[in-house]
Design a protein around this ligand. Structure first.
Ligand code: N01
Length: 545
């Protein structure tokens, strides 16, 4: 029998867990569907060797409950995948949320039934379910990008994607392993695979900028100090973070407001060296002009390039590993012994920047006219980020409008929250939001609180639905584009700008205006009665034209 709920939530990652918590407290009947066998989302699927968060554990966690903050203790400065999974399990059980969740069930599609003003959601178990609202907590980096490399299907060995790693331990002992890709996932996995494998060949298309993570066991006194003043700590992270961009509270030397180009080389170097010693992503909190001015960016990029050269023994390998494009425009990587892995005798780097891999054969990889024998391949080739999880479903709005068509030319959203012609369909941590340049757990909490308020408004006013106005979507698209073009981001190929997926537009993918400005927009909408939205269809013809 078809079940009906007030809200269906899709995906039990960190956003989905909070959505269940929040919406059931508002008295809504809810159901969450999750393809995996438990909670955690990205942290459930990414079990590859070395998977670890690069935002400090005390920050990369929920802020919605002080009891939770006090009860949970982190064992490391940066939590590993297993501990993060335990944390999400703990939160789910602590608040008794599992009873609203159905696992091993992938949502394949959602269709808006205009007469009933309800969504009809199809799941992989062949069932359909109805709900007034859909809350899509499907993740930013959750649709793995499997590269279209000729011959991949004929490879006789094991093939793994970092984002779909098996639950059972993978043992590379005595094996010749090939890793394709050198992004964050590869950089974490390579040093550990190198320790196990008899030989490791890394196929690199673009070198990455990586800086030391400097992970260590969590000092008890530090954890206690933060817990004693967690609310204030969270407030600072949320509201006093670097330009409202990167939520990273950096106590050691505070935030800088001066420009790199107004600072002496000695002073700059001292700041960069301080960040280097601190470890992790503190480099996001340097001078504001590194994001917008190539010369300023080069001061930091050159500092990191020097460090890379110093970490790699062979100058030719070091040269291949040293990027020449602006830093921070691809996600900065925080590594543990990444460059040192290339100093091992059993690791080789193959540059495929000029000529892509020719083919994969039954026994290895053919590149640059040479054959590299492999027993196992690791595809560390990333994600169809921000849109892929949704466009891989069949989502049909008013008038049969498909989300894939709506997003064909650019990711059209208003505030990264809703789309025109897709009523009561909320997207969380998705395209058009600042999530990827802020702290996604914070953004999810704030967006879901907004969604909860919005649902209550609708229920209280006797209306049935809300959706973005087409003109508000256009304005938000322009706003995203304006903020993007003011930076160096469009000058570098990355998933931030959709460059890793053939034919994908950069437009509407990320909002770089800062979290403060983002809050001003969405709080303004709620305060002013949602002027950028239509209730009950309103000017629907415009929305699907
Ligand atoms: O993916 P990526 P990722 N042939 O897209 C290469 C987060 N994350 O999974 O750069 C050959 O960064 C591609 O080459 P190029 C984090 O936000 C966080 O590593 O496109 N190579 C690139 O080297 C991160 O940014 C953590 O030229 C191909 C690599 O594959 C995001 O997730 C850990 C290819 C993909 O790198 C994604 O990271 C892990 C092809 N056909 C991930 N196609 C932490 O918290 C792609 N590549 C620490």
């Amino acid at each position: 029998m078809q079940q009906r709920y007030d809200a269906i939530i899709v995906g039990a990652g960190m956003a989905g867990i909070y959505a269940v918590y929040h919406l059931q407290r508002l008295g809504l009947s809810i159901k969450l569907f999750e393809a995996g066998s438990s909670v955690g989302g990205t942290w459930y699927w990414n079990r590859y060797p070395g998977a670890r968060v690069d935002i400090e554990s005390m920050e990369y966690s929920y802020a919605f409950s002080d009891e939770l903050q006090q009860e949970w203790s982190w064992s490391e400065r940066y939590a590993g995948q297993a501990e993060l999974s335990r944390y999400f399990e703990f939160v789910t059980d602590r608040f008794d949320l599992r009873r609203h969740m159905q696992f091993n069930t992938r949502v394949s599609g959602a269709r808006f039934d205009e007469d009933a003003a309800e969504w009809v959601v199809s799941t992989s178990d062949g069932q359909t379910h109805r709900a007034q609202y859909c809350v899509m907590t499907t993740g930013l980096l959750s649709a793995p990008n499997k590269p279209e490399i000729k011959g991949l299907e004929q490879f006789k060995g094991e093939v793994y994607h970092t984002g779909l790693w098996p639950k059972e331990p993978v043992d590379f002992s005595g094996k010749r392993v090939g890793v394709i890709g050198t992004g964050s996932s590869a950089v974490q996995a390579i040093p550990l695979i190198a320790e196990q494998a008899s030989h490791l060949t890394v196929f690199q298309r673009t070198p990455a900028y990586a800086v030391p993570l400097r992970n260590h066991p969590m000092p008890a006194e530090y954890q206690q100090k933060v817990k004693a003043d967690y609310a204030e700590w969270r407030r600072k992270e949320r509201y006093e973070s670097f330009g409202g961009w990167v939520a990273m509270h950096y106590e050691a030397s505070g935030l800088t407001t001066t420009m790199a180009l107004d600072t002496s080389p000695e002073e700059r170097r001292a700041l960069y060296e301080d960040r280097w010693q601190n470890g992790g992503l503190a480099f996001y909190n340097v001078y504001p002009d590194v994001y917008v001015n190539r010369e300023a960016n080069d001061t930091l990029a050159e500092f990191i390039r020097e460090k890379i050269r110093a970490r790699v023994n062979d100058p030719a390998t070091a040269a291949l590993l040293t990027p020449d494009y602006p830093i921070l425009m691809k996600r900065l990587i925080a590594d543990t012994n990444y460059y040192e892995a290339y100093n091992r005798d059993n690791v080789a780097l193959v540059d495929i920047s000029k000529r892509p891999i020719e083919t994969i054969t039954a026994t290895g990889v053919q590149a640059n006219g040479q054959h590299y024998e492999c027993d196992a391949l690791v595809l560390a080739t990333g994600y169809d980020a921000m849109t892929g999880a949704l466009t891989r479903m069949h989502v049909e709005g008013r008038g049969g409008r498909l989300l894939t068509d709506h997003w064909a030319e650019r990711a059209r959203t208003y505030l990264g929250l809703m789309c025109a012609g897709f009523p009561n369909f909320f997207v969380i941590d998705a395209a058009g939001s600042p999530s990827v340049v802020f702290q996604p757990i914070f953004v999810a909490e704030e967006q879901i609180n907004w969604v909860g308020d919005c649902i209550q408004q609708i229920a209280g006013s006797g209306r049935r639905s809300i959706e973005a106005r087409p003109e508000a979507e256009d304005a938000w698209g322009d706003e995203c584009e304006r903020a993007l073009q003011a930076t160096l981001f469009p000058t570098v190929n990355s998933w931030y700008v959709g460059a890793n997926i053939a034919g994908k537009s950069h437009k509407g993918l990320i909002y770089l205006g800062g979290m403060a400005e983002y809050r001003r927009w969405f709080n303004g909408e709620a305060a002013e009665g949602y002027p950028g939205f239509l209730f009950d269809g309103g000017l629907m013809q415009n929305a699907v034209a």
